[in-house]
Design a binder for this molecule. Structure first.
Ligand code: NAI
Length: 331
């Protein structure tokens, strides 16, 4: 199998090494084609994406991506948003579950967030009305809303999940979130075997931190989905444990939920678990269930043992030591 690897910025380069080492240890036979992208590459070359990246992602249909930095409030548009729009990866699948050995408030978190990935305020339709007034457009379509709702119900059905909950603020945003909710309710009728309900985003945040076990699959428009993913990552030990897949009809881009972590970049302190869990998702989706299971177990064992864990969860190991321990378990 051929796959594109985009290490990206900051800790991306360190955790991409972990992926390659683990891939070799598992003997996946994956031929990685590596491309540069991101703010650091831009500073060097004046380009955000290396030539050939887009064509190769299109050709292979599979990419594993490290984080890419985006300037705040100025500069170029997010590469992630561009990639998601270019490859129409309309669903962002973000499973979140408790991992033995990671100390957290709850020991029973098992949630899946399905985030609409192409529209909403992330469409980037923003402009200045005058010097002191900025306007941003929240774009929601019936087509994309129904498509993401259907994705969530199909996922629930295939993965033995019991309930899908729509996340919205339709009491205030009656047209945009109202349409999202209406589309969800229309699609839900086709899935009588799966329970469905809805929750207002602010109430959801409170409920998630007080009792996350009330939820199963959450489907949300882009912005709410982004925010609750980080909240849910916090429930299971932080961003080091949150993988994702950007899924389109022809292309899937797997990545960790976290960013380039400039505060720890280049210091051998990054926890590579999230990107390795994203790699696990990739293996599972491409007929390598057994290897995915082995990787899952190796990660869980190293974390539960607690000897070679990274600083973010109270350990003392660096990225390299943690990766070496995982590789050792895979032998
Ligand atoms: P961040 O996720 O990079 O970092 C937030 C905090 O979590 C930091 O303290 C960081 O050290 C820690 N952290 C993140 N990942 C970690 C890991 N694997 N191991 C240990 N600690 C980890 O978020 P921040 O600082 O808001 O963003 C930094 C840059 O990353 C920005 O330019 C942002 O645009 C970009 N970003 C890129 C994403 C992507 O490419 N998918 C996603 C989120 C942010």
């Amino acid at each position: 199998m051929k796959a594109v690897l985009i290490p990206g910025d900051g800790i991306g380069k360190e955790i991409a090494v972990s992926v390659k080492e683990v891939s070799d240890a598992l003997d996946t036979g994956i031929e990685w084609k590596e491309f540069s992208a991101g703010a650091e590459y831009y500073d060097k070359s004046g380009k955000l994406l290396e030539d050939g990246l887009l064509d190769t992602v299109k050709e292979y249909g599979i990419a594993l991506k490290g984080p890419t930095a985006t300037p705040v409030g100025k500069g170029f548009r997010s590469i992630n948003v561009q990639l998601r729009q270019t490859f129409h990866t309309y669903a962002n699948l973000r499973p979140v579950h408790t991992i033995a050995g990671v100390k957290t408030r709850y020991d029973n978190v098992d949630l899946v967030i399905v985030r609409e990935n192409t529209e909403d305020l992330y469409k980037g339709i923003e402009y200045m009305l005058d010097e002191d007034t900025a306007n941003g457009i929240k774009l929601i379509t019936r087509k994309a809303s129904e498509r993401i709702a259907r994705f969530a119900f199909e996922y629930a059905r295939k993965n033995g999940r019991k309930k899908v909950t729509a996340v919205h603020k339709a009491n205030i945003m009656k047209y945009t979130d109202g349409l999202f909710l209406e589309a969800f309710r229309t699609v839900a009728k086709d899935y009588p075997d799966i329970e469905n309900d809805s929750v207002i985003i602010d109430a959801l945040c409170m409920k998630l931190v007080t009792d996350p076990s009330q939820f199963d699959v959450l489907v949300a428009p882009n912005l709410y989905g982004d925010i609750i993913s980080d909240l849910c990552a916090g429930l299971v030990g932080g961003l080091g444990f949150a993988p994702s897949a950007n899924i389109g009809d022809d292309t899937v881009i797997y990545e960790a939920v976290h960013g380039s972590a400039p505060d720890i970049a280049g210091k051998d302190q990054a926890n590579p678990t999230a990107i390795l869990m994203a790699f696990e998702m990739m293996l599972r989706d491409h007929g390598m269930e057994d290897k995915a299971d082995r990787l899952k177990k190796a990660l869980e064992d190293v974390i539960a043992e607690g000897v070679h864990t990274t600083k973010d969860i109270g350990g003392h190991a660096g990225t390299k030591e943690f990766t070496a321990a995982v590789v050792e378990r895979l032998k």
